[in-house]
Ligand binder design. Structure first.
Ligand code: SAM
Ligand code: SF4
Length: 353
C-alpha cells in the first residue's frame, strides 16, 4: 500500500510526495454547469503494441518513462480524485495492459476508499493471460476494440495486429467474469462501414455483448484522415437498419455516451457513440488524467491542468486537491468541431479514449 510519505527515485533523482492526510473526507464535486464529476479516465501509458490508423501515425514516438506518472504519483492523484467524489475509474491509454506492474496497480486503485467501480478499455491482445489476474485484482469490466471481423483488414487497420489474439482476449475476459463485454468499433468511411458493421452487429444476436459503433474523431496529427472519413451516427444506424430492420430502443441511463438499441430478438445490444455529430455533454461527469499527469477536462478540447509538475515540486495534498477541484469546476461544455476547431495538442493515445 502507498505509505504516508513516499520517497522514490526517477530520472530526476529523489522525489518526495507530500504526506497523505490520515483519513480523507469525500466531498462530491460539481462543475459550473451543475454536472456531478464522478468519473476519472486514466491513461496509463501513451505507448501501444498496435498502431491503429485513426489513432496514431505509424512512426509515433512515445514519452520517456520519466515524463509519465509513477505508480505512487498516480495512486496519490487517484486518492485526491476519490476525495472529490470520483467513484468510477476507467484505465486506458495507449494500451493499458502493457504498463509494467498493471495487476498490482489495479489492486491498489481498487483498494482506494471511495472507488466503487473500475473498468478498462483495451485492444485485448494481452488479455489471454491477464484477464484472470486483473479480475482477481478488482477490475470489473472491459471494453475491447475490434473494428472488423476480417483478419486481413484488422491487420491493416492496426498496421500489424492479429485478430486471433483479440478473439482469445475476448473469450478470456468473458471467462474471467469481466462482463458485460463491450466491443468498440471506430467506423471509417470506405474501410469498415459496410459488411464489417453488419458482421459486428450480427455478434449481438447470439451473444450478450454490447457492440458500440463510434464516430471517428479528429485529433492532433491524424486529423486530415479523420475529418474526411467520419461516418455519422445517423448513417451508421440507417445502414444497420437497412440490413436487420428497425432497431428497438434499449434502456438508457443518460450517463453512458453510447445510445443502446437492440436487433429484434437479439441477446445483446448495439450502441452508437456520436461524439462528433451529437455530443452527450449533459450527462458527462468525466475528467481524464493523461499519462504525463495532466487533468484533461474534455476529450475534444485542449484545456488541461498540470498536476504532475506541482506534485513533483512538493505541492501539498490540499494544494493539489484545490487544483483538481478548480479544474473540474471549469470543465467545458460542447466542442467546436463544426467550426473546424479540434483538439490539436495530443493524439488519442496520449489522452486516453
Ligand atoms: N488501446 C486501447 C484500445 O484500443 O481499446 C485503449 C486506448 S484507445 C485510444 C481507446 C478507444 O479510443 C478505442 O476504442 C479506440 O478505438 C478509440 N479511438 C482511437 N482513436 C479514435 C478516434 N480518432 N476517434 C474515435 N475513437 C478513437
Ligand atoms: Fe493502440 Fe488503442 Fe490507439 Fe489502437 S486505438 S493504436 S490499440 S491505443
Amino acid at each position: 500500500m502507498i505509505s504516508n510519505v513516499s520517497l522514490y527515485t526517477n530520472n530526476h533523482g529523489k522525489v518526495t510526495i507530500a504526506p497523505l492526510p490520515d483519513g480523507f473526507v469525500i466531498e462530491p464535486t460539481h462543475d459550473s454547469y451543475g454536472r456531478r464529476i464522478n468519473y476519472l479516465r486514466i491513461s496509463l501509458t501513451d505507448a501501444c503494441n498496435l498502431r491503429c490508423v485513426y489513432c496514431m501515425p505509424e512512426d509515433m514516438t512515445f514519452r520517456h518513462r520519466s515524463e509519465l506518472m509513477s505508480d505512487e504519483e498516480l495512486l496519490y492523484l487517484v486518492k485526491i480524485a476519490a476525495s472529490l467524489g470520483v467513484t468510477k475509474i476507467r484505465l486506458t491509454g495507449g494500451e493499458p495492459t502493457i504498463r509494467p506492474g498493471i495487476v498490482e496497480l489495479v489492486r491498489e486503485i481498487a483498494a482506494t476508499p471511495g472507488v466503487k467501480d473500475m473498468a478498462m478499455t483495451t485492444n485485448a491482445v494481452l488479455l489471454d493471460r491477464l484477464a484472470r489476474p486483473l479480475a482477481e485484482a478488482g477490475l470489473k469490466r472491459v471494453n475491447i476494440s475490434i473494428d472488423t471481423l476480417d483478419a486481413e483488414k484488422f491487420h491493416r487497420i492496426t498496421r500489424w495486429g492479429y485478430l486471433d489474439d483479440v478473439w482469445r482476449g475476448i473469450y478470456a475476459a468473458e471467462e474471467a467474469g469481466l462482463t458485460p463485454i463491450k466491443l468498440n468499433a471506430v467506423i471509417v468511411r470506405h474501410f469498415n462501414d459496410g459488411q464489417d458493421m453488419i458482421d459486428l452487429a450480427q455478434l449481438t444476436v447470439e451473444n450478450d455483448w454490447e457492440v458500440r459503433f463510434i464516430e471517428m474523431m479528429p485529433f492532433g496529427q491524424v486529423s486530415d484522415f479523420q475529418q474526411t472519413n467520419v461516418v455519422t451516427y445517423a448513417e451508421m444506424k440507417a445502414r444497420i437498419e437497412a440490413h436487420f430492420g428497425p432497431l428497438e430502443e434499449a434502456s438508457y441511463d443518460y450517463v453512458d455516451p453510447s445510445r443502446p438499441f437492440r436487433i429484434q430478438g437479439a441477446m445483446g445490444t448495439l450502441g452508437f457513440i456520436s461524439s462528433v455529430t451529437e455530443p452527450f455533454c449533459q450527462g458527462c461527469g468525466r475528467m481524464r488524467l493523461t499519462a504525463d499527469g495532466k487533468l484533461r477536462l474534455c476529450l475534444l478540447r485542449d484545456d488541461e491542468v498540470d498536476l504532475l509538475t506541482p506534485l513533483r515540486e512538493g505541492a501539498s495534498w490540499n494544494e493539489l486537491r484545490a487544483l483538481m477541484r478548480d479544474g473540474a469546476y471549469h470543465k467545458p461544455w460542447g466542442h467546436e468541431l463544426s467550426a473546424g476547431k479540434f483538439a490539436e495538442n495530443r493524439a488519442m493515445n496520449q489522452i486516453g479514449g
